[in-house]
Design a protein around this ligand. Structure first.
Ligand SMILES: Nc1ncnc2c1ncn2[C@@H]1O[C@H](COP(=O)(O)OP(=O)(O)O)[C@@H](O)[C@H]1O
Ligand SMILES: [Mg+2]
Length: 224
């Protein structure tokens, strides 16, 4: 099994690591039936892959076994971001019957943290994710791992996240605090719900903390 180095990509900033711990705690308190969870957003670059990676590593730090699945088959980012140079076998190979689960599973330098990369580009991602082989994979990962974190494609652009949502325990919506629209967020929320997906919560990412501190202290003082 190939080993991927993720430690050097972990956030070191105190506020970020604290925020990830809060996210992890909220997920743990969502219950034992919320172990297979996807992150999606309306558009690209809202922070899904970054948060999925940090969250998965943070879960592993508590001694649990976790696998991060890169299911953004259209703009897969994790293999290149982690500078993975191992065998280029991933989810798309498995879903099209070209690899088995063991072949695409990679271990990382964080104990208990495993990765499934997206694999080669395919012309039919939605079809592959909708097929029963994806259900089978999720069932197998659910048996092997305490948590399965799925990095999904942006739902404002492609339907993939709504296709996989009902196959999982829940979905977390990532919203870029600096660039979003109520209408678009509502649209993907309804789309997820219509597909039978359960929205566990929302992460407001890229909040300007210096502005927030001012806001908080203002509130705080007016509270006194
Ligand atoms: N909270 C944040 N603060 C600053 N940069 C961020 C934050 N979240 C994500 N980024 C950066 O934004 C870019 C896009 O993030 P990424 O996680 O790849 O988004 P997505 O998976 O939603 O397309 C990356 O370069 C990432 O490092
Ligand atoms: Mg991404």
């Amino acid at each position: 099994m190939d080993t991927v180095s993720v430690k050097k990509h972990m956030a070191t900033d105190f506020q970020v690591t604290e925020a990830i711990k809060v996210l992890r705690t909220n997920l743990f308190f969502s219950g034992n039936d919320k172990r297979v969870v996807a992150l999606t957003s309306y558009q690209a670059s809202e922070g899904k892959s970054t948060l999925a990676l940090q969250l998965a590593a943070s879960i592993a730090e508590t001694g649990k076994r976790v696998v991060l699945v890169d299911a953004d088959l259209r703009k897969s980012a994790l293999a290149s971001r982690l500078r993975y140079r191992g065998k280029p076998v991933g989810l798309s190979h498995y879903l099209s019957g070209m690899a088995n689960a063991d072949e695409m599973l990679c271990e990382t330098d964080v104990k208990g943290f495993y990765m499934v990369f997206s694999g080669a580009r395919v012309p039919n991602p939605a079809e592959l994710l909708g097929a029963s082989s994806f259900d089978k994979l999720i069932a197998a990962l659910r048996d092997t791992f305490d948590y399965v974190i799925v990095d999904a494609a942006p739902l404002g652009q492609v339907i993939d996240a709504a296709i996989i949502a009902p196959k999982l325990d829940g979905v977390i919506m990532v919203i870029n605090a600096a660039d979003n629209s109520y209408k678009n967020e509502q649209r993907i929320k309804h789309q997820l719900e219509r597909s039978g997906g359960k929205i566990l919560g929302v992460i407001l990412n890229r909040v300007n903390l210096s502005e927030l501190e001012g806001y908080y202290s203002k509130n705080h003082y007016s509270y006194d």
